[in-house]
Design a protein around this ligand. Structure first.
Ligand code: NAP
Length: 250
């Protein structure tokens, strides 16, 4: 079973359709109103914490669990690590590498979304808030800034700040479009999670190009499962875990 909600999870599932020896299920939280179609059968909704997941793994006789959730889905990853330590199911994490700060970048690290909003400082700024809809409400703590908020689904309830513009869009995004967007809105700070990956990297390049400060929200530490960063490496790891030697416990 693949814990999904990411491009990598979908790509891994697609690659596994070529494996008739495997019965693959992808699990989704059910947050997206209109989720993309999945290449393998899917199930939707929480398991009921680590205990619920451990029970599910046992009941469904799952041979391998792959945590391919988003790098910021920290609770699900903790649950996965706890459930497999309880149930003994082999498991690993597929997690894209974080973006690295390069010359020309102006990054200010932040531990979480509230810290990122605080890092904007007390003077009014024009902020591009590109962190998804679930945690956008933290901007309410700093109503002196003007916000451009981009998310896949609508921010509900809307922010209470006086000046906000919403854009609903799904990546991948192009550099020239990101530059035009940030210029057009007079943006002077970008708030983003360090999600990694190519689909949303153009905002980072656009900020570099325009000399804009990036408040970069860092990832929580990994939950403890072995980590691979590419779909190709995940296929190798899966083969390793399914090898006869591993099944004998070697
Ligand atoms: P989270 O805070 O780590 O998880 C909260 C709860 O949602 C979990 O305890 C679990 O409920 C349920 N859940 C999460 N992922 C699930 C999955 N793949 N299958 C079944 N249940 C799941 O997660 P989140 O940050 O809300 O993210 C939810 C989903 O959106 C994830 O699948 C993630 O890959 C995707 N996503 C997240 C972000 C982000 O920035 N956080 C961005 C893009 C996509 P129970 O405890 O009841 O099992």
């Amino acid at each position: 079973m693949i814990l999904g909600g990411t491009t990598e999870a979908r790509r891994l599932a697609a690659a596994l359709t070529a494996r008739p020896d495997l019965d693959v299920t992808i699990s989704l939280a059910g947050r997206t109103a209109d989720p993309l179609p999945q290449p393998v059968p899917s199930r939707t909704g929480g398991f009921g914490g680590a205990e619920g997941l451990a029970r599910y793994l046992r009941d469904e006789q799952i041979s391998v669990l792959i945590d391919a959730t988003h790098p910021f889905a920290a609770q699900m990853s903790r649950n996965a690590a706890e459930a497999v330590s309880e149930s003994g199911v082999p498991a690993f994490t597929l997690r894209r590498a974080p973006w690295e700060c390069v010359e020309g970048d102006r990054w200010t690290p932040a531990a979480d979304v509230p810290a990122a909003i605080a890092a904007l400082g007390p003077s009014p700024r024009r902020v591009f808030l590109a962190i998804g809809r679930q945690e956008a409400h933290h901007a309410n703590a700093a109503p002196m800034h003007r916000y451009l908020v981009r998310s896949v689904d609508a921010v509900e309830p809307p922010l209470t700040v006086p000046e906000v513009t919403y854009i609903r869009d799904l990546g991948p995004f192009r550099l020239e479009d990101e530059i035009a967007l940030m210029r057009g809105h007079g943006i002077d700070a970008l708030v983003t999670k360090n999600s990694g990956g190519a689909a949303t990297h153009a905002k980072i390049e656009a900020a570099r190009h325009l000399g804009i400060e990036v408040i970069m929200i860092e990832r929580a530490p990994d939950a403890g499962l072995p980590v691979v960063t590419t779909v190709e490496a995940a296929l190798g790891q899966l083969d390793h875990l399914l090898s006869p030697a591993m099944k004998r416990g070697v």
